[in-house]
Design a protein around this ligand. Structure first.
Ligand code: GH3
Ligand code: MG
Ligand code: MG
Ligand code: MG
Length: 300
């Protein structure tokens, strides 16, 4: 844990350091409120701060208020240290954003006990952050293939449209569906089918550009959104993807499998009032045509 000790009095800083040294932490020091802010805004911000209240310049409580108002995430745990021992002072410090309060002269037993509380609270905070990361991943990405799920694809659509409008680019929406995928499941089993979906997703991701949207729309159907200059460019792009899919050999459980996919593409000049659903419907109609025309085709 990174701990910052802030006090204009070097002997107090030494006392604090003496006690905290026994714990497993990385100690930083600051002799003023301004120096404290510098450390807090650095690349290695402290997780826990012992902050003197009365200092020339910015006071500890003022620094705390600033931190509470400006630090976006990973707020530090702040313990105010002061010789003001009135209830009113303690209440004031806590109401301005401090998490705890220690009265001078510093009693090492208090310091240790309060350090332990800080550690516990920061531990809970960190666990919550990790859980949120996992939940975010589950919320946006398809578990099987790792590409965006349908919800995230829909959300990215609006962002993509806005960017395309700014750059005066057209946008292509492609619906892609693996041909006769049911037969692959039937012939090789569901596990191999899953592996085919993973490889297929990887091929899509690798043949599209990094900022294009690749999303699993459902089952073996994917949606691709890309900025494009015109229909010819869209045709070239998706022909290349189609070709790469059809020449990729998928090996799984001693089997080598080849697949093809059909592409239905709709190219639009983006407007802010466009609704994804109606664009997908157009792309779907083209996909249906591609299937009817014998599959392994791009229809625009
Ligand atoms: P078409 O060329 O007309 O698209 O034929 P198809 O067989 O690909 O079409 P259909 O929609 O009939 O079959 C899709 C199959 O995809 C049926 C379903 O069991 C399978 N499927 C959907 N999701 C998954 C999955 O996550 N894993 C596996 N292994 N199969 C899946
Ligand atoms: Mg002081
Ligand atoms: Mg299919
Ligand atoms: Mg399908």
């Amino acid at each position: 844990m990174r701990v910052l000790i802030v006090d204009d009095d070097p002997t107090i800083r030494m006392t604090l350091e003496g006690v905290l040294k026994k714990h497993d932490c990385e100690i930083y020091e600051a002799d003023s409120g301004f120096k404290a802010l510098e450390v807090i805004q650095s690349d290695h911000p402290p997780e826990l701060i012992f902050m003197d209240w009365n200092m020339p310049g910015l006071s500890g409580v003022e620094v705390t208020t600033l931190v509470r108002e400006t630090v976006a995430e990973n707020q530090p745990y702040v313990i105010i240290i002061s010789s003001n021992s009135d209830d009113e002072d303690v209440i004031k410090a806590l109401s301005y954003g401090a998490d705890d309060y220690i009265v001078k002269p510093i009693d090492g037993r208090f310091l240790n006990a309060k350090f332990a509380v800080a550690q516990r609270i920061l531990g809970i905070q960190e666990k919550l952050r990790q859980t949120n990361l996992v939940l975010e991943k589950l919320a946006y990405y398809d578990e099987l293939t790792g590409v965006l799920n349908r919800r995230a694809g829909n959300a990215s659509f609006q962002v993509e449209m806005d960017r395309a409008i700014r750059k005066e680019q057209n946008v292509s929406i492609a619906m892609v569906d693996i041909d006769h995928f049911k037969k692959i499941n039937d012939a090789f089993g569901h596990q191999t089918g899953d592996e085919v979906l993973r490889v297929f997703s990887r091929v899509l991701r690798q043949t599209m550009r990094p900022y294009d949207i690749v999303c699993r729309y459902g089952g073996e159907e994917f949606m691709l959104i890309a900025e494009i200059n015109n229909k010819d460019e869209a045709s070239d792009l998706f022909e290349r993807v189609r070709e790469t899919v059809s020449t990729t050999q998928i090996r799984h459980a001693n089997q080598t499998i080849n697949i093809t996919a059909s592409f239905g593409v709709h190219v639009v000049i983006p407007r802010t009032d466009m609704i994804l659903k109606s664009l997908v419907q157009k792309a779907d109609e083209a996909l249906y045509e591609a299937k009817s025309a014998g599959r392994n085709k791009v229809i625009i």
